[in-house]
Design a protein. Structure first.
Length: 305
């Protein structure tokens, strides 16, 4: 009897370990959004295919041993800032270019990049643990001869806030649908997929943090929070203005997180987008109008200052 119970316990442990590993792999290997995947869905594959085509340069930057793919687009405003756009989890620069017609009219240069494990970039996703250093490398490559505006969405919001707190030359950070701690969107996304979450997600996130950096950067399991990761804490270290745009119908990243991040920043401002979900801020006509208005006001004011 004891032998059977021991076998069952070992089997249950192995099953749990398998779920943890599979969950970690799902989070670190999201579906890649590439030119081919965009075209297959009838979407624009690169800036040259927009309704108003844009010439662009493609370059690769090696960051932490991983090749990262970048699109560099010249804007219309010669005296404008340089915008660097960072996408969210399971997204890519092909999805970010819907912002290009607006940004190109306000900026001298617009830079899009694929984070590790996304799009055309190498490596694997570390859920924001290492991506900040990648964005800092891109900022250094771009240079700071013009003011820099960091634009981020979801996971890219946190990366932009973190980089903005460390980089020089950043004049403005604009983020969409941010979250404070990694377990929040991961739990919701895995829940949408009907994947097991209870007793699995936090060990998987801890493994991701440890595997990515070799040191503890994942969730603090004893206190239920991500102290080094918390975007609210990082927002307190920003020396530049922060604009947070968040939909009130976002089921992936709660709007309360966006408010807390904006309130924590010394120069933070929060804008609620009525009817905005995690995916429709640039797709829904009413939501898009708010996004265009706020981006335009902030960047125009920056140019005039």
């Amino acid at each position: 009897m004891l032998g059977l119970l021991l076998l069952l316990a070992i089997g249950a442990m192995l099953y749990w370990l398998m779920l943890v590993v599979l969950t970690a792999r799902t989070l670190t290997h999201p579906p890649r959004q590439t030119y081919a995947s965009a075209v297959s869905r009838g979407q624009f594959g690169d800036p040259s295919e927009l309704d108003e085509p844009r010439d662009f340069e493609t370059w690769i930057i090696d960051s932490q041993g991983r090749p990262l793919s970048v699109w560099d687009v010249r804007g219309d405003a010669q005296d404008g800032p340089v915008a660097i756009v960072t996408h969210g989890w399971a997204s890519g620069k092909v999805n970010s270019i819907r912002r290009l017609p607006l940004l190109a009219g306000l900026c001298s240069r617009v830079v899009f990049w694929d984070m590790p494990g996304h799009g055309e970039s190498g490596g694997r996703c570390t859920l924001g643990v290492q991506e900040t250093d990648d964005l800092l490398a891109i900022i250094e490559r771009v240079g700071v001869d013009r003011p820099i505006v960091l634009c981020g969405s979801s996971m890219g919001s946190g990366v932009s806030i973190s980089a903005g707190a460390r980089a020089s030359g950043v004049a403005q950070v604009i983020v969409e649908a941010p979250y404070r701690r990694a377990p929040t969107p991961a739990r919701n996304v895995m829940g949408f997929k009907r994947a097991p979450v209870r007793f699995v997600l936090r060990p998987a996130l801890a493994y991701v943090g440890l595997a990515a950096s070799g040191r503890w950067t994942g969730p603090d399991l004893s206190r239920g929070q991500d102290r080094p990761f918390d975007r609210e804490i990082l927002a307190t270290k920003l020396d530049c203005p922060l604009l947070v745009l968040h939909g009130d119908a976002d089921l992936t990243c709660p709007i309360e997180d966006g408010r807390a991040i904006a309130q924590a920043s010394p120069q933070g401002r929060f804008v609620e987008v009525p009817g905005g979900t995690h995916q429709n801020l640039w797709k829904d006509e009413a939501c898009r109008a708010i996004m265009v208005r706020e981006y335009t006001n902030v960047i125009t004011a920056l140019v005039g200052s």
